[in-house]
Design a protein around this ligand. Structure first.
Ligand SMILES: [Zn+2]
Length: 839
């Protein structure tokens, strides 16, 4: 259970016109483009590290102008970072970003690949990245992508020569690409892959440079470009009514959870790639120079090329079905081609063209969006030929059945055929869930052992139907996944994938349960039925030292999809302790321990994710002084909820309500992350906050980024923010002032309180401050100088001003005990009469 179900402060609205799951249909201009693309046998692989790294202008140009088969290999799924449109973080964010990449590729015409690398968060240097990733596994996956995709050209987004200039993941992607370029053709490297594919030598490797890598436009203009190719990526596509860069903007605007919605661009614009290695360029304007990208490339291809070129040159936009006899001729020739790689790719493309030219409509819609194994589901099939071509439906075969179902029915022009089938989902079916989340991952890697799955953007659909057709005497099988088609009065027709889900799933209402004393707490378990008539019971797995009662709670749910809530009572141990709890639901003698998470956004297909249902329970040894806390929200964090969990009274203070009278009610005022970057009103309210301190108040400010601070007087004394951060969450903490009250009251803070931190120590630490400040802690990442700005305190008037870049906002949701104890001390500053804060 990685989803934090607490408040969401950022509301983001989007308008996406195209429903994500609608089956693709082809207008004749699109069929024409597909024919053009069919006639190009060249390929480009673009390599970078994250969703949004990819230059969609270049991917779109390669795919739509050059007509090459183009793919983006993103080493990670972008699990790190923040989600601007919903509560999903980490693995679930990776699921969304995977789908956003696929949505971007549906726009720019590219394909999508991944490796098993996990986006663990920011890293400064590739050395750090490659230590956390399993370098050999990621390299193996890049080699696999090259052997499997077989690109002629590889283009790196980042420069392999400038470690430390950008995110360590970025430089690593370029370095691994350079290495893999040399290894992919070496049969002694990763030989087990060669049972499934062949070695491959890409012809050349480029770096997609730009002025950014040179520091300025002027420097780039002055740079030597003799080793570079450039393209006008602003070309206009009349068949689309759009410029390439306009299309590219639409593609990158699919990255909505990263806030990438943007204005489109038009008009001529140059894009540069720098030659790095491989066969030298013969002429300086063709990325494919020396490579035959026509049908002549493969044995038996010339005859296909002749047919397809004739179709391209005389394309009938009014009635593309006129081309069916020639297309079928090409299809038959293609089946005799020996080159399996191009045969597979081009057969798929050609079938799509044939299907589109015939105006075929083939659909299999399940009556329910999901079903559990060993249950029945009704299917509605629609088969329609919207051309005058002579087509018969010989049979169809459901993937759940051994044998096909014979039909031998003619498909007269525009006469729809409908069939109903009832299928039983086999007992051994895999659940519909992202395959890379099936096994416990590490910080740096997802664990996937099936080589056939590695690199795939998503889990192949388990339930599909093969339609065996005879088109003008040529047998062609067209496969369709089972979908669920439905309508909503306010949305119209909708589609979503058909999914296989467990008989029952369970979730806990919190990700972390904090016990700040020895009082018992109630734990709510939400049980959800994946089929009708569930009868069973729930038991709780919990750590030693804790007590849960009752032992069992019965559940009985009549209707699939309904939920039932049951409550357990949990008693913590006397002393500090933590562990995991898991609800286990027993139905028909079998235990189910997964939680079902649904991800529903309009710009991507509906996603179902199964992950182990577990929450952390923490018994804190914590003392508090002062309970009334005022919170001024910033960019959104869960600190208020976390403080409430440990017994504070937290009041959110809207900026307009910041007044001397209001502030005086609180024992401490806490300012949320990046508030001074985004809350305009603080410009006028900062005076009141500083006056509050002067009069004896206690102000705790969490991190802000160093640029774009809205106030001139962030602190009562000089304080300069920097980009200093400590990204290693285990970096040693040195306590500079062990006797300082903040580290002693009411909790004695020691080095053990910095154990078990997650993601990072902190960020945007101040690097210069007035003498009035006392730095309490020092830390640094490997190989860097000591950073002492993580926690600064100053006496001002009768009160206390505290600035901290420590990542409390990340530690609280993870239930990190020491972070809670230290924060309790920040809130108690000045409340210990015996130990007044020294100046
Ligand atoms: Zn990136």
């Amino acid at each position: 259970m990685y989803q934090f179900r607490l408040c969401l402060l950022l509301v983001f609205s989007t308008i996406v016109s195209l429903q994500a799951q609608q089956p693709k249909t082809y207008a004749s201009s699109e069929i024409y483009e597909a024919v053009q693309k069919l006639n190009v046998l060249g390929s480009v692989l673009y390599i970078a590290a994250h969703p949004d790294d990819e230059n969609t202008r270049l991917i779109s140009y390669m795919s739509n102008e050059v007509k090459a088969r183009t793919a983006y290999l993103s080493l990670t799924r972008g699990d790190g970072g923040q989600n601007l449109i919903g509560p999903e973080i980490r693995e679930l964010l990776g699921v969304i970003r995977t789908q956003e990449l696929l949505a971007a590729r549906r726009v720019d015409g590219g394909e999508q690949r991944f490796t098993r690398a996990n986006d663990f968060g920011y890293s400064k240097h590739p050395d750090e990245t490659l230590e956390i990733w399993n370098k050999d596994e990621v390299l193996s996956d890049v080699v696999w992508a090259i052997r499997e995709f077989k690109p002629d050209i590889i283009i790196n987004r980042f420069d392999h020569r400038t470690a430390g200039r950008t995110h360590g993941h970025h430089t690593s992607s370029a370095m691994l690409s350079m290495e893999a370029f040399d290894l992919a053709n070496d049969a002694t490297k990763y030989p087990s892959q060669l049972t499934l594919t062949e070695t491959w030598q890409p012809t050349r490797l480029f770096f997609n440079t730009s002025w950014w890598f040179y520091g300025s436009q002027e420097k780039f203009e002055a740079a030597d470009k003799s080793n570079m190719l450039n393209f006008d990526i602003g070309v206009y596509y009349p068949t689309k009514g759009m410029s390439n860069n306009e299309l590219a903007s639409l593609a990158s605007s699919q990255h909505l959870c990263q806030g990438f919605g943007r204005l489109s661009q038009r008009g001529s614009q140059q894009e540069y790639i720098e030659y790095l290695k491989g066969e030298p360029l013969e002429n300086n304007d063709d990325v494919f120079s020396g490579i035959d990208t026509s049908w002549n490339r493969i044995e038996g291809g010339a005859a296909i090329g002749n047919i397809m070129t004739a179709i391209e040159n005389n394309f009938n936009f009014v009635n593309p079905s006129m081309h069916l006899p020639q297309l079928l001729e090409a299809y038959k020739l293609l089946q005799n081609v020996k080159n399996e790689h191009w045969k597979t790719i081009k057969t798929k493309e050609l079938k799509t063209i044939i299907e589109a030219c015939a105006g075929l409509y083939l659909e299999v819609s399940a009556q329910n969006p999901h079903a559990a194994p060993n249950t029945d589901v009704g299917l509605k099939m629609e088969v329609l030929n919207r051309s005058k071509a002579n087509i018969t439906l010989d049979s169809y075969k459901l993937s759940t059945l051994q044998n096909g179902i014979s039909k031998q029915m003619a498909l007269p022009a525009n006469q729809r055929l409908n069939f109903d089938e009832n299928i039983n989902i086999p007992n051994n079916s895999n659940y519909t869930t992202p395959y890379w989340l099936n096994t416990q991952s590490t910080l740096g890697m997802y664990s996937v052992t099936d080589q056939n799955l590695i690199g795939l953007p998503e889990t192949p659909r388990a339930v599909f139907v093969d339609f065996n057709l005879m088109i003008e005497g040529t047998p062609i099988t067209i496969t369709k996944p089972v979908i669920h088609r439905y309508s909503k009065p306010d949305k119209g027709e909708l589609y979503r994938p058909f999914e296989i889900i467990p008989v029952v799933s369970a979730s806990l209402s919190n990700e972390v349960y904090i016990f700040d004393n020895d009082q018992q707490k109630e734990i709510e378990v939400i049980v959800r039925a994946g089929k009708n008539n569930i009868d069973g019971f729930v038991q709780m797995a919990y750590p030693d030292g804790w007590t849960v009662f009752p032992d069992k709670q019965n559940v009985s749910i009549t209707n699939k999809g309904d939920i039932q809530k049951v409550i357990f009572t949990m008693i913590p141990p006397k002393n500090q302790n933590e562990g995991l709890i898991t609800p286990m639901v027993n139905v028909d003698g079998e235990f189910y321990t997964d939680e079902l998470i649904e991800i529903d956004y309009e710009h991507i297909p509906f996603q179902t994710v199964l992950i182990p249902s577990e929450s952390k329970v923490v018994r804190l040894n914590i003392k508090k002084a002062g309970t009334n806390i005022g919170y001024i929200e910033g960019a959104g964090d869960v600190v208020p909820e976390s403080l409430r969990q440990i017994g504070y009274n937290v009041t959110i203070i809207p900026p307009e309500d910041i007044s001397p009278e209001n502030l005086s009610n609180f024992d401490a005022i806490v300012v949320g992350i990046r508030a001074y970057n985004i809350v305009e009103a603080l410009k006028f309210k900062q005076k009141y906050l500083l006056d509050y301190v002067k009069e004896g108040g206690n102000l705790v400010i969490q991190y802000n980024t160093s640029r774009g601070i809205k106030v001139d007087n962030l602190a009562p004394y000089d304080l300069k923010l920097s980009r200093d951060r400590v990204t290693d969450e285990n970096a040693l903490i040195r306590i500079l002032e062990p006797n300082h009250p903040i580290l002693n009251f009411p909790n004695k803070i020691g080095i053990q309180d910095f154990e078990g931190w997650v993601q990072e120590r902190g960020l945007y630490f101040p690097n210069e401050w007035a003498d009035e400040f006392t730095p309490l802690l020092a830390s640094n990442d490997k190989g860097e100088s000591s950073k002492e700005g993580a926690l600064l305190v100053a006496k001002y008037g009768k009160g206390n001003y505290i600035y901290t870049g420590l990542s409390f906002f990340r530690e609280f949701p993870a239930g990190v005990s020491g972070a809670f104890r230290l924060f309790a001390n920040l809130l108690a500053a000045g409340k210990d009469d015996k130990m007044p804060l020294k100046n």
